[in-house]
Design a protein around this ligand. Structure first.
Ligand code: PEP
Ligand code: MG
Length: 325
């Protein structure tokens, strides 16, 4: 199978009926880019910048961050690179920030919430990104957006730093797309409103599932509630994709679900534009999509969305949409 997939490395990902989707990779460090290209990634759909901040005793400088972002953009040779601004907190701690312990870290002071109050740290990252922007095809996205106001604030800070850099004579790429993660149910429900102001969505199902079913993604005892195939999740995903398309924007997914063979046909049928997954899943996903007809799956979407349970969805896909070979 591996050898059969190897010839797909340089192929575009086109469904049987001629519909192109982008298969991108999730990365954590510049060194991960090798694996993305070796596995035929058409872009980076999620660069988790947390690793730049972890395993050290102080914040990374603007220069250190600039080097990392520039390296990734250059190595990707003009292919799209979606960089997510700092998503710290929850399960990811930074000892040197000295944040108080919280009762519910996943519901607490993290990600964009922290960045919008600790603005020096946020601005340093944004400047590094803007300065690196001329070395490739950079897109910037904000994590854990719960309200429109947060997105507007984050974008305003970004624009301020852009203008400041330009006034200092620094060249910044024009038309950098600015998007957001949809990983909190409120933003999925309000996707039609957000879609008017963002350039793109990337659905973060790892968190969206835990928040929608109120089941901690790390807690074994409630893992039975962690249901990617639950129709509640599929309906939210559909709302987000439809809302994006209505405004002429694109929608991707960077949660684990994007590389799951049971969900891939559904996502294709829903019209997802970009699938971002671990690099090692790309070729099998491409192989699968080449054999699927988007229009055929699209005809089953109404039925799938109206199913009652996750089990019913899984059984249906396995029986009708997966050719088990
Ligand atoms: C997600 O929540 O789906 C996601 C991609 O982000 P992370 O796993 O880093 O929280
Ligand atoms: Mg997340």
């Amino acid at each position: 199978k591996k050898a059969e997939w190897a010839r797909l490395v340089n192929e575009r990902t086109v469904s049987k009926d001629g519909y192109h989707v982008e298969l991108a990779a999730n990365i954590g460090t510049p060194d991960d880019v090798k694996g993305v290209l070796a596995n035929g990634g058409e872009g980076v759909g999620l660069y988790r910048t947390e690793f730049l901040y972890m395993g050290r005793d102080k914040l990374p400088t603007e220069a250190e961050q600039f080097e990392a972002y520039k390296t990734v953009l250059e190595r990707m040779e003009g292919k799209p690179v979606v960089v997510r601004t700092l998503d710290i907190g929850g399960d990811k701690e930074l000892s040197y920030l000295d944040l108080p312990k919280e009762m519910n870290p996943f519901l607490g002071y993290r990600a964009i919430r922290l960045c919008l109050t600790a603005q020096d740290m946020f601005r340093t990252q944004l400047r590094a990104l803007l300065r690196a922007s001329i070395y490739g095809n950079l897109k910037i996205m904000f994590p854990m957006i719960a309200t429109l106001d947060e997105f507007r604030q984050a974008k305003a800070v970004l624009m301020e730093e852009k203008e400041r850099l330009q006034s200092e004579g620094v060249v910044v790429a024009e038309g950098i797309e600015i998007g957001m993660m949809v990983e909190i149910p409120s933003s999925a429900v309000m996707a039609d409103v957000f879609a008017k102001e963002v350039d793109f969505f990337s659905i973060g199902t790892n968190d969206l599932i835990q928040y929608t079913l109120a089941a901690d993604r790390m807690n074994e005892r409630v893992s039975y509630l962690y249901q990617p195939y639950n129709p509640a999740i599929l309906r939210l995903v559909k709302m987000v994709i439809d809302a994006a398309h209505k405004e002429g924007k694109w929608a991707g997914m960077c949660g684990e679900m994007a590389g799951d063979e049971v969900v891939i046909p559904i996502l294709l049928g829903l019209g997802l534009d970009e699938f971002s997954m671990s690099a090692t899943s790309i070729l099998s996903a491409r192989n699968q999509i080449l054999s699927l007809s988007k229009e055929e799956v699209a005809r089953a979407i109404e039925q799938i969305i109206n199913m009652e349970t996750a089990e019913e969805v899984e059984r249906f896909v396995k029986d009708t949409l997966l050719n088990s070979h």
